[in-house]
Design a protein around this ligand. Structure first.
Ligand code: P1T
Length: 392
């Protein structure tokens, strides 16, 4: 463990976001001058003498390519510390690992289905108690606090209904009761929302999504300024071993370099798609925080610097209409996941959120007629034409 280089990288903080995305944690290679950080594809490191090494001993405990990624992502989330994982869920598992039987979590009620499954099927049986509250109802978080509440755990915007959580207000609720605020920032990405700056204690990502941005890696990361939590998470990262390989770390490092420019196009396209859908006679409702009609539009303007690339909508005609529509899509791929350069269409009820019991899912608004779009960066006219043809 001692070999793991801490991800602290204060000097790079002075630069702007897009500059840090390209440079933070990635100096030119000292031996060759390689401008792009190398892939240290090694499991182990030759030691100079008993008890003497150059900072790395074994790649589960620490790997230079992973350390570069951890430093870069920490910088992007305005954090002192970052840890990278083999998946978003592995990052979540490490955050949850510090809880003990009898501890309580308050979570918003519109979580990614896999996060819900991790809570309900892995941590509840171990004696962790979970209360779910409506994401945008700040008072509900306060009412749900108990003496045992350790985490308030939120996604914002939520998956798949794109509801927002008022992070500054919920951070106050958490801290007043001695709990920590954990934020899943996957849907927004740090280029448009930085929860730690708003009072959150821990932020995490499925880096599979916008951070990598090319739909070719499964990965995760957590970032924090809390030195005590960081040490406990770092211990678990090594002890439980959910680490990413060097090549995947390098791919994410490469992907994140273009996050700022990609997100600009994602949200420009998403806004046009949301406007098109909101005027379409076969669409019942559109969920996009960039639309002035979205109930959290004002909050989105306050706490985010953009509205992101995810758009959900409800199709008239139920499951039959949905099935017909997705079969006719030509540019949008029918697929789980999001945040890549290509456009995807997902049916949460049967795909990403199938692990939530049907009755509960329906009650939360994830109906059979809901579709979720990850709007890519293709020509926006092609995306709109594809949706228009499919809805005909
Ligand atoms: O798939 P993984 O990298 O383990 O990340 C899990 C995860 C965590 N948080 C959010 C908000 C997510 O959306 C995900 C994964 N989500 C999908 C695969 C999806 O299509 O929604």
């Amino acid at each position: 463990m001692s070999s793991h280089r801490p991800s602290e990288d204060q000097p790079a903080r002075a630069h702007g976001f897009a500059t840090r995305a390209i440079h933070a944690g990635q100096p030119a290679d000292p031996t060759t001058g390689a401008t792009i950080f190398p892939i240290y594809q090694t499991s182990t490191y030759t030691q100079t003498a008993l008890g003497e090494h150059r900072g790395y001993e074994y790649s589960r405990s620490g790997n230079p390519t992973r350390a570069a990624l951890e430093t870069c992502l920490a910088s992007l989330e305005s954090a002192r510390f970052g840890l990278a994982f083999a998946s978003g869920l592995a990052a979540e598992n490490t955050i949850l690992s510090v809880l003990r039987p009898g501890d309580h979590i308050i979570a918003d009620d519109d979580l990614y289905g896999g996060s819900y499954r991790l809570f309900e099927r892995v941590y509840c049986p171990l004696g962790i108690e979970i209360s779910y509250v409506p994401a945008r109802d700040t008072d509900a978080y306060a009412r749900a606090m108990t003496d045992h509440t350790k985490y308030i755990w939120v996604e914002t915007p939520t998956n798949p209904l794109l509801t927002l959580v008022d992070l500054a207000a919920v951070a106050e609720v958490a801290h007043a009761g001695g709990a920590k605020l954990v934020v899943d920032n996957t849907f927004a990405s740090p280029v448009i929302q930085r929860p730690l700056e708003l009072g959150a204690d821990v932020v995490f990502h499925s880096t599979t999504k916008y951070i990598n941005g090319h739909s070719d890696v499964i990965g995760g990361a957590l970032m924090t300024n809390d030195a005590d939590l960081y040490e406990r998470y770092r211990f678990h990262q090594n002890a439980a071993g959910g680490v990413p390989g060097a090549f995947d770390s390098w791919l994410v490092l490469r992907g994140v370099k273009t996050l700022a420019v990609r997100m600009r196009q994602h949200q420009e396209n998403a806004m046009a798609v949301a406007q098109f859908l909101s005027e379409h006679p076969k669409v019942r409702a559109v969920y996009y925080p960039g639309l002035p009609s979205h109930p959290d539009h004002a909050l989105a303007q306050r706490q985010m610097s953009g509205f992101g690339g995810m758009v959900s909508f409800d199709v008239k005609g139920g499951l039959t209409a949905v099935k017909r529509m997705v079969k006719r899509l030509r540019v949008f791929a029918l697929a789980e996941s999001l945040g890549g350069i290509e456009s995807l269409c997902c049916h949460p009820a049967t795909m990403t959120h199938a692990s939530i019991p049907a009755q509960l899912r329906e009650a939360r608004g994830v109906t059979d007629s809901l579709l979720r779009l990850s709007v890519g960066i293709e020509e926006v006219n092609d995306l709109i034409a594809d949706l228009r043809d499919a809805l005909e």
